[in-house]
Design a protein around this ligand. Sequence first.
Ligand code: ZN
Ligand code: ZN
Length: 159
Amino acid sequence: MKTSKAQIAKKEFFDKGKKLPVCVNDGCNKFVVVREWKYWSFKSECGSCTDCRKKKLYKIIDGKKIITKGTKKTITNDVIIHKKDFCENNDGHLGFSCPVNSNQWNNFLESLDLDHIDGDHMNNKPKNVKTYCKLCHNRKSKETGDWDSNKPSRRNIDN
Ligand SMILES: [Zn+2]
Ligand SMILES: [Zn+2]
């Protein structure tokens, strides 16, 4: 059977002694979800956190969204959700302004993405992971020659 590019890339990753990044959420120590092995494209959160966040299985304490221990079998610590409910470019730090008001995201949360600022999917330090709306995210990608989070990552494809 022919080995797929994804399988080759996965093997290469572990052969090089690399480890998957850990979920960006404070208190969570699970590995992130792999978006595409072929490009070493990883999400910023683990599957359990994403699931709880999307299903709103969290409590809001002091303005923070906390997934409390035991919410799911796989949640073994209290976890603070990193992703915001608004576009973090609301202050225009990307060099252009977000065209949407921060209080208008309620029914459009699926249009907010987590972005690795430096484009490195391995760099899951909280300060490297920001919430941007699709409008700002696309423009950032275009202006910086950066990739969209759904597209190939920084793995150099030399073969
Ligand atoms: Zn997690
Ligand atoms: Zn925005």
